[in-house]
Write a protein that binds this ligand. Structure first.
Ligand SMILES: C[S@@+](CC[C@H](N)C(=O)[O-])C[C@H]1O[C@@H](n2cnc3c(N)ncnc32)[C@H](O)[C@@H]1O
Length: 428
């Protein structure tokens, strides 16, 4: 029996035996920035350090990963923070120049340099004494938010929950989460927008009822049919928000060093269609607004592939991935079903909750601002410091895939501060 796409996606991805909650996890089927390179976690570590500073180095700094997969990102962050502190103190007591990865050079105050002693400050009771602030590694609290059950070998330092916790004081991350938030699909017919229904067994589509008032409202604002009269978007904050125009689409290609595909290819393979279709992002706006609402103070960051109003795809982006390949989006539980994210609409919904301007830039730009630029070292370095040249070359290639504008570098970074200035989140 045919049902709306939103219901079909919910069941297929998160219902009993659903694609994301059973089996080995997303990393066996496609490649995200999290899997592509440790340079991604290294850049996020720098962001964590900047949020920590913006919050005044609180006793507890939350790092919450929404849609955490099997906890891959938090495992890497945990290891990196422990390594950074361990190396900075050094078993021999010697200071070090950078963390173990060496992928991104350290900055003053970064976890690579922030040790207990470096953070020493006078105590109130005895100004001549030195009170030692616990290191970031001691103050950070990692939480994975995920529908799948907790992996058995996950380090105990990482909390695991299916609900975003309240009162977050720190950083909320969501990498390739929103594209898997189920949504409804509409097709434009002679009598206006109607729902597209799908048969979960084979993926055959039919045209259903006219869309609801709420969905029509969303379409009119965010995904108008090309023949509709122009309509001013009710974006409450975009006047003071920074944004970058240009498509977030990157032509997907096999990821370097992996047979898996990075998910960013628009369109639905092998499912011919000719009508104007739209993927109605209301459910994603609500999901993001709800996530932002859970932050008391800090920063929310969504990293995903998507598009802006002036650049919506004519017939949608709904597609599937399985075992490293792009396949038709059949919602039968065997396949990832995903659609690009209307990033501007999501951003607007989050900003309305946070009452703060957001920033929307490409991953390439965001990573560069965090010190990961992927540029090759000058050849002259090979003559003066051969070992340094090889290290710099390795670091550059680790970043290159993440910043490639035709691939992961074309993904969007939506940064939504809550009660802190945007500056630290985007500062170079
Ligand atoms: C595409 S995977 C991304 C995994 C990881 N963030 C990465 O970048 O590799 C999306 C994950 O989000 C999870 N997910 C989606 N919606 C969720 C929700 N509302 N609460 C918890 N987990 C969710 C899915 O189960 C899935 O593991």
């Amino acid at each position: 029996m045919s049902i709306p796409w939103r219901d079909a996606m919910s069941r297929a991805l998160y219902g009993p035996g659903g694609f994301f909650v059973s089996g080995t996890g997303p990393s066996d089927h496609f490649r995200t920035s999290v899997h592509a390179s440790p340079a991604f976690a290294a850049a996020l570590l720098r962001l964590i350090s900047e949020v920590d500073a913006a919050l005044g180095h609180p006793d507890r700094l939350d790092v919450v990963d929404v849609g955490a997969g099997r906890g891959e990102l938090l495992r890497t962050l945990l290891r990196s923070i422990e390594d950074a502190v361990g190396l900075a103190v050094g078993n021999s007591g010697e200071p070090t120049r950078s963390g173990r990865s060496g992928l991104i050079p350290p900055r003053a105050g970064s976890p690579e340099t922030l040790t207990s002693t470096a953070a020493a400050r006078p105590s109130r009771d005895d100004p001549s004494s030195v009170a030692v602030r616990p290191s970031l590694a001691e103050r950070v609290r990692f939480t994975a938010v995920e529908y799948a059950t907790r992996p058995q070998n996950l380090p105990e330092e990482i909390n695991w929950t299916s609900e975003i916790p309240d009162g977050i004081n720190g950083l909320l991350l969501a990498t390739e989460w929103l594209d898997n938030v189920p949504l409804d699909v509409a097709v434009h017919t002679a009598d206006g927008w109607r729902y597209v229904l799908v048969d979960p067994d084979g993926g055959a589509e039919t045209v259903g009822e006219p869309v609801s008032h709420a969905d029509l409202d969303w379409l009119t604002t965010w995904w108008p049919h090309p023949t509709s009269p122009p309509h001013a978007a009710r974006d409450l904050t975009s006047t003071d928000a920074t944004s970058q125009s240009g498509s977030g689409f990157g032509a997907a290609r096999p990821a370097q060093g992996s047979s898996l595909t990075a998910r960013s290819r628009p369109g639905r393979p092998e499912t011919p269609h000719s009508d104007h279709r739209a993927e109605m992002g209301r459910s994603r706006d609500e999901a993001w607004a709800n996530a932002v609402k859970k932050i008391s103070r800090g920063l929310a960051v969504a990293v995903d592939y998507g598009h802006l109003k002036e650049d919506r795809p004519i017939d949608g982006t709904l597609t599937g991935y399985r075992a490293g390949r792009q396949v038709p989006p059949v919602p039968d539980g065997t396949t990832d079903v995903t659609a690009h994210v209307a990033m501007d609409s999501v951003a607007s919904a989050g900003a309305a909750v946070a009452r703060c301007a957001y920033s929307l830039v490409s991953q390439r730009e965001a990573l560069r601002a965090l010190g990961a630029d992927g540029g090759r070292p000058p050849l002259s370095l090979a003559g003066t410091d051969p070992a340094g040249y090889v290290r710099a070359l390795a670091a550059a290639s680790a970043v290159a895939e993440l910043t490639d504008p035709a691939g992961l570098g074309g993904h969007w970074w939506l940064r939504q501060p809550v009660g802190i200035p945007l500056g630290p989140a985007v500062a170079r």
